[in-house]
Design a protein. Structure first.
Length: 108
Protein backbone atom coordinates (compact mmCIF):
# COMPACT_ATOMS: atom_id res chain seq x y z
CA UNK A 1 0.00 0.00 0.00
CA UNK A 2 1.39 3.39 -1.00
CA UNK A 3 2.03 5.91 1.73
CA UNK A 4 0.57 9.38 1.44
CA UNK A 5 3.22 12.01 0.89
CA UNK A 6 3.03 14.73 3.47
CA UNK A 7 4.07 18.21 2.34
CA UNK A 8 7.23 19.53 3.95
CA UNK A 9 5.66 22.84 4.85
CA UNK A 10 2.29 24.41 4.26
CA UNK A 11 3.73 27.78 3.30
CA UNK A 12 3.07 29.36 -0.06
CA UNK A 13 5.89 30.43 -2.36
CA UNK A 14 4.69 34.01 -1.86
CA UNK A 15 5.43 33.75 1.87
CA UNK A 16 8.91 32.35 1.18
CA UNK A 17 9.78 35.24 -1.12
CA UNK A 18 8.39 38.02 1.10
CA UNK A 19 9.48 36.53 4.41
CA UNK A 20 12.89 38.22 4.62
CA UNK A 21 12.97 40.00 1.29
CA UNK A 22 10.17 42.58 1.51
CA UNK A 23 12.53 45.56 1.36
CA UNK A 24 14.35 44.12 -1.64
CA UNK A 25 11.02 43.44 -3.36
CA UNK A 26 9.93 47.04 -2.85
CA UNK A 27 13.29 48.28 -4.14
CA UNK A 28 12.90 45.97 -7.14
CA UNK A 29 9.48 47.42 -7.99
CA UNK A 30 10.85 50.97 -7.79
CA UNK A 31 13.77 50.09 -10.06
CA UNK A 32 11.43 48.37 -12.53
CA UNK A 33 9.26 51.51 -12.69
CA UNK A 34 12.35 53.64 -13.32
CA UNK A 35 13.41 51.20 -16.03
CA UNK A 36 10.06 51.57 -17.77
CA UNK A 37 10.57 55.34 -17.86
CA UNK A 38 14.16 54.92 -19.08
CA UNK A 39 12.98 52.63 -21.90
CA UNK A 40 10.20 54.99 -23.05
CA UNK A 41 12.41 58.09 -23.07
CA UNK A 42 14.50 57.02 -26.11
CA UNK A 43 11.32 56.63 -28.16
CA UNK A 44 10.31 60.18 -27.33
CA UNK A 45 13.81 61.43 -28.15
CA UNK A 46 13.73 59.73 -31.57
CA UNK A 47 10.48 61.51 -32.33
CA UNK A 48 11.89 64.86 -31.24
CA UNK A 49 15.10 64.39 -33.22
CA UNK A 50 13.11 63.91 -36.41
CA UNK A 51 10.27 66.36 -35.77
CA UNK A 52 12.18 69.19 -34.14
CA UNK A 53 15.94 69.03 -34.50
CA UNK A 54 16.17 67.84 -38.10
CA UNK A 55 13.05 69.59 -39.35
CA UNK A 56 14.08 72.92 -37.82
CA UNK A 57 17.77 72.32 -38.67
CA UNK A 58 18.92 73.07 -35.12
CA UNK A 59 22.21 71.37 -34.39
CA UNK A 60 22.13 72.26 -30.68
CA UNK A 61 18.77 70.48 -30.28
CA UNK A 62 20.07 67.50 -32.22
CA UNK A 63 23.07 67.14 -29.93
CA UNK A 64 20.92 67.60 -26.82
CA UNK A 65 18.33 65.02 -27.89
CA UNK A 66 20.99 62.55 -28.96
CA UNK A 67 22.75 62.96 -25.61
CA UNK A 68 19.51 62.38 -23.72
CA UNK A 69 18.79 59.36 -25.93
CA UNK A 70 22.22 57.86 -25.28
CA UNK A 71 21.98 58.53 -21.53
CA UNK A 72 18.54 56.90 -21.34
CA UNK A 73 19.74 53.79 -23.19
CA UNK A 74 22.76 53.43 -20.90
CA UNK A 75 20.61 54.06 -17.81
CA UNK A 76 18.03 51.46 -18.91
CA UNK A 77 20.79 48.90 -19.48
CA UNK A 78 22.32 49.56 -16.07
CA UNK A 79 18.94 49.33 -14.36
CA UNK A 80 18.20 46.03 -16.12
CA UNK A 81 21.52 44.67 -14.86
CA UNK A 82 20.64 45.82 -11.34
CA UNK A 83 17.21 44.14 -11.62
CA UNK A 84 18.90 40.86 -12.57
CA UNK A 85 21.28 41.10 -9.61
CA UNK A 86 18.46 41.77 -7.12
CA UNK A 87 16.28 38.99 -8.54
CA UNK A 88 19.18 36.55 -8.28
CA UNK A 89 19.89 37.65 -4.70
CA UNK A 90 16.26 37.15 -3.69
CA UNK A 91 16.03 33.73 -5.34
CA UNK A 92 19.28 32.54 -3.75
CA UNK A 93 18.10 33.66 -0.30
CA UNK A 94 14.77 31.88 -0.70
CA UNK A 95 16.47 28.70 -1.89
CA UNK A 96 18.89 28.80 1.04
CA UNK A 97 15.98 29.27 3.49
CA UNK A 98 14.10 26.34 1.96
CA UNK A 99 17.15 24.10 2.18
CA UNK A 100 17.78 25.13 5.79
CA UNK A 101 14.20 24.28 6.77
CA UNK A 102 14.42 20.96 4.92
CA UNK A 103 17.65 20.10 6.76
CA UNK A 104 16.12 21.00 10.13
CA UNK A 105 13.14 18.76 9.39
CA UNK A 106 15.48 15.97 8.33
CA UNK A 107 14.17 15.79 4.78
CA UNK A 108 17.25 16.77 2.81
Amino acid sequence: MAEKSVPVVQRTLFSWVFNKNAKLQILLVVIILATVFARVLPLEMQKRVVNEAIKLRKMDLLLLYCGIYLGAVILASGLKYLINIIQTLISQRVLADMRTIAELLGIA
